[in-house]
Design a protein. Structure first.
Lengths: 341, 341
């Protein structure tokens, strides 16, 4: 009996290809003292694994060349010298692309086939399900009646995010890459609309599908769909950035702000307009007045002379970087100032 | 006595120019019953006003052609038929670019020259100060020892945001467009470092100035500085998006995701990696199990045959949009499944 392994052989420049992998036969490992030997029944393949094939700075170590490709696995325990497992148990693990694996059992989770099909542990009841749940509810914070757009709506995560949004009483618009997928998304999953981003004009399609704008965009893809969504978002929109599959295989970063860094660092960008925050004025005035008194904050004013005749010129200068500190145009003498300026 | 007014005459395509404005003389308005007549002492000129000159969808109505240019003003009341004001009062208002204005007094705020110079009402104790305070503290949420980058660090808002970050015990790095500004930012304002973005290599400069990465980027400018910052942000970084002055005068939107929409809609983008959120697993499993039982959530699995030999092909297909639902590779027979697939 041999252990078939799919070895990660080389890193792709853009799209992964079969040449990046090599199939080898090795000996089936032995279960040593305290160890568990298991046989792989299922592999989970997920878009995030493209990131592991690259050495780019990311939230996880890159996969190592020369070892079996990384990934979640559903396995049957066939021999156990560890009291927590016994032969015949089903377990979720991270054994990667190989037929057999042995270890001390760390990181394994037992699965109960009587509770749910074991495959759901890598799908609806696993990581993709949790992603949809947390991304939509905790970051998206849907309110009844809001409009939610979900990209890759027929995918493992998007299909669930959209259905959760429907449960929360939202209008839900999906995007997907084929008419077959769109039919599935609307007829089987109950989305209100699904846009085929390969054949439809995105701008027109979003305009028709989202007459009240977009409150939440659950983004799995980035790229053109994100660009089109940004044109129709509403005030205080939320964009959980879950995936950027349209960009994962780019050989070079695209022009403009690279949201890959926002995703992999789980960072937050939030637009702010001060007029929303006037309730903070008392706190601000209390603190700033004290900081000024204590000399902890200094400021400079750039008071431009020349009156109203010079206002346009003074304003234009802001975009030429002329000012240091707050630019103000003096229109008439200031009776409150003693010193001559 | 005439009222000098600077009329907003035409909308700029890119950079505003003096041709967009016209100076006219009209009669000084009269204070009618219940009204307040005031004389403008100072105009505030602010970068956000470029947005008002455009008809693009934004958080505020565009400025109207043929009327005095909009903007905050500091004025002296010269005649009042409104019991709340009297001649000699100083007020903050929105009278725009004109020497005199009259109205019922709505939207005016009285200023006390004994408390603080009246100019501070449009600067350190006004809108720019509140912007720095809320943007840094409420969106940035600085923690002691973190690294904060502030762009337009010599400007009205950035100069204050960086000093507040210093008060909170952060390492603070500014960017500005001249050596004179950088000297002011470091020597007078107390920033740790200031990078001249016009003369220094941004990548190298940020690497040297932020050896522990960037936790908060208080962004006033967008463009190249934002792109460079995104390469060095830390996990869970926060980016209060306060301004995009480097892009306000673009005739056409730049390629890539347009953060102007994030700013004007005060929207939020947040990257998410599911492994940060395993504490939500019990809630997720409880809800998802119930939704499945109630038929409110449906799912599909795309189980690919062909074993490990087909794993690479199945994985690559994810990026070609092959799958509907969760893709799983079957490696060995599943003893828990009754039905033949």
């Amino acid at each position: 009996m041999k252990n078939t392994q799919v070895i990660f052989k080389s890193r792709p420049e853009d799209f992964p290809s079969e040449d990046n992998f090599e199939i080898v036969q090795s000996d089936v490992p032995q279960a040593g003292e305290g160890q568990v030997l298991r046989k792989t029944i299922y592999l989970s393949v997920d878009p995030y694994m493209r990131g592991r094939m690259s050495t780019m700075r990311s939230y996880a170590e890159p996969a190592k060349l020369g070892e079996p490709m990384v990934g979640s696995t559903i396995s049957e325990v066939i021999e156990s010298k560890n009291p927590r497992y016994q032969a015949g148990d089903y377990v979720l693990g991270l054994d990667g692309w190989q037929a057999y694996a042995a270890s001390d059992g760390k990181g394994l989770r037992k699965l109960d086939p009587a509770q749910a099909p074991i495959t759901t542990s890598v799908g609806v009841l696993g990581m993709p399900g949790l992603t949809a749940y947390v991304g939509l509810l905790d970051i998206g914070r849907p309110k009844e009646g809001e409009t939610v757009v979900v990209s890759a709506a027929a995918g493992a995560v998007g299909s669930l995010a959209g259905q959760i949004a429907k449960i929360k009483g939202c209008r839900v618009v999906g995007t997907a890459g084929s008419d077959e997928k769109c039919t599935y998304v609307v007829n089987d999953l109950g989305f209100d609309v699904c846009i085929n981003y390969k054949t439809q004009d995105l701008k027109e399609a979003f305009k028709a599908a989202c007459p009240n704008g977009i409150d939440i965009y659950f983004d799995n893809v980035g790229g053109d769909v994100l660009d089109a969504v940004l044109k129709r978002i509403n005030v205080h929109a939320r964009i959980p950035l879950i995936g950027l599959i349209s960009q994962y295989c780019d050989a070079k970063p695209r022009p403009g702000p690279n949201l890959g860094s926002i995703l992999s660092n789980r960072a937050l960008i939030q637009g702010m307009i001060v007029f929303d925050h006037t309730d903070r004025t008392p706190d601000f005035l209390r603190d700033m007045t004290q900081w000024l008194r204590e000399g902890k904050v200094r400021y400079r004013e750039d008071i431009v002379q020349g009156g109203l005749e010079n206002a346009a010129r003074a304003f234009i200068g802001l975009f030429e970087g002329e000012n240091i500190g707050k630019r103000i145009v003096q229109v008439a003498p200031d009776p409150t100032r003693k010193e001559k300026r």
